[in-house]
Ligand binder design. Structure first.
Ligand code: PLP
Length: 440
């Protein structure tokens, strides 16, 4: 320790020993510029940094902190679990209860395996899909982010979008060849690809509602939602649909985005074959999960031929945090989230409209994002056509006023049940100046 603790000092020390000073690229503030606050504590909807500055948080650790930071029940559950041992590397009751809870809440999930991140979840789901079909090709959509899996980095959202990267160096040509990227929502492109190469395709993977290029909800055509269309198209060709709900799961609604666009009963049943989760189900500790049809999950070792494992998978602290978080997510919690989300959307829309800043707000259940352009955003191309310079001015004015937004125009904003009306008032007080700054 040097004894100096300001964010500026910490960032300069960090850059000596950690690439770009961060352990995940978007945290470096590369696209908005400036020094990222180094956070030292958080409670409810508030963050505190090394300089003693307090912020209202609209990042929520990118999704997990849906009950707010340091929720008493979650912290107590983790403390209690820690007293019983940090890791066993052996079966433990919490992982059974967490899997049961996910299976109970998410209809398409018959069996679930826990891993340590969303990236591991999507990587493992691809492996199962390839084993089940005996095929290699994976279809993904531009602007969808599924973690930093080699096969899924092409035209990805999140940090890859923030830094305008076409993909990642270090991915082999063979891996890239097995991934086909299509424009999001483009049914004709999906049909054309399946007509030409359907017998090579193992799976389509999609975010249930894309939220890593900003929120771009799937659209209905002739009464058929895009996800259902993907499921039917894949199945007609003997391929699978993997629905990535790492971000939307337990957030867009109680049953994630499937709770919004899945069948609400009746004859038109459809379901993804595999689903991936993360973020909320770990309550802030490292957890991911993939699950779905029992026959597919039965392919996993040791019963089946698909190897997949993890020293810390099903960790007792992580399952305790996840279970306590799910326990806090009752109907009242979703009502609170919905109301906080709607109020904030209105406040932002009013401020930007008053300042004459072109914008579009898009939502997927309680999840939303703000695009700095007038026209609706339906694809990654649309998302890239927004005024990122206006966002950068808006972002810095919000930060200076004590509101911590995602440092990228391509990310969703995250509210929690701790975003009370009093907290929203604090955001409302900063918005006019930030909107004026965005206007330039
Ligand atoms: N899938 C989606 C939809 C995500 O939003 C993310 C992360 O933001 C991931 C996968 C990867 O999850 P993780 O960062 O836990 O590896």
């Amino acid at each position: 320790m040097t004894g100096t603790t300001s964010s500026t000092d910490l960032f300069s020390r960090a850059r000596q020993v950690i690439p770009s000073g961060v352990n995940s690229p978007v945290r470096a503030f590369g696209s908005v510029g400036g020094t990222p606050p180094f956070l030292t504590s958080a409670k409810g909807a508030l963050l505190h940094d090394a300089d003693g500055t307090e912020y209202v948080d609209l990042v929520g650790s990118w999704g997990p902190m849906i009950l707010g930071h340091a929720d008493e029940q979650v912290v107590e559950a983790v403390r209690e679990a820690a007293g019983r041992g940090l890791s066993f590397g052996a079966p433990q009751p919490g992982e059974v209860t967490l899997a049961e809870e996910v299976v109970r809440r998410i209809r398409p999930v018959e069996q679930l395996r826990l891993v340590n991140s969303g990236t591991e979840a999507t990587m493992s789901a691809l492996r199962v899909a390839r084993a089940a079909t005996g095929r290699d090709v994976i279809v993904k959509f531009a602007g969808c982010y599924h973690g930093h899996v080699d096969a899924l980095l092409a035209e990805a959202g999140s940090g890859v979008a923030t830094f305008a990267m076409p993909g990642s160096a270090g991915v082999t040509a063979a891996t890239a060849r097995d991934t086909v990227v299509l424009p999001y929502g483009d049914r004709a492109a999906v049909q054309a690809l399946f007509a030409e190469r359907g017998s090579e395709i193992a799976a389509i993977i999609t975010e249930a509602a894309p939220a890593n290029m900003g929120v771009v909800p799937p659209r209905e055509e002739d009464g058929i939602g895009f996800n259902r269309f993907l499921s039917e198209t894949a199945h007609a060709a003997g391929a699978l649909l993997i629905s990535d709900e790492v971000l939307t799961g337990f957030r867009a609604s109680a049953e994630g985005y499937y709770g919004i666009d899945g069948p609400q009963g009746g004859a038109d049943a459809w379901a993804p074959d595999l689903m991936t989760f993360g973020k909320v189900i770990g309550g802030g500790l490292p957890v991911g999960a993939f699950g779905g049809r029992a026959d597919l999950m039965g392919l996993l070792a040791p019963a089946g031929p698909v190897y997949q494992a993890g020293t810390l998978s099903g960790n007792p602290l992580a399952t305790a945090a996840g279970l306590a978080t799910l326990a806090g997510l009752d109907q009242a919690a979703y009502r609170t989230l919905g109301s906080a989300s709607r109020t904030l959307q209105q406040l932002v829309a009013d401020a930007l409209t008053t300042a004459g800043v072109p914008h579009t707000i898009q939502r997927a259940g309680t999840l939303f994002s703000v695009f700095f352009r007038e026209a609706p955003v339906r694809s990654y191309e649309d998302a890239k056509a927004q005024d990122t310079a206006a966002f950068t001015r808006f972002f810095h004015a919000m930060l200076a006023g004590g509101v911590y937004l995602p440092p990228s125009a391509f990310e969703a904003w995250f509210v929690s049940t701790a975003h009370t009306p009093a907290v929203l008032d604090r955001i409302a007080a900063v918005l006019p100046a930030a909107a004026a700054a965005a206007a330039g």
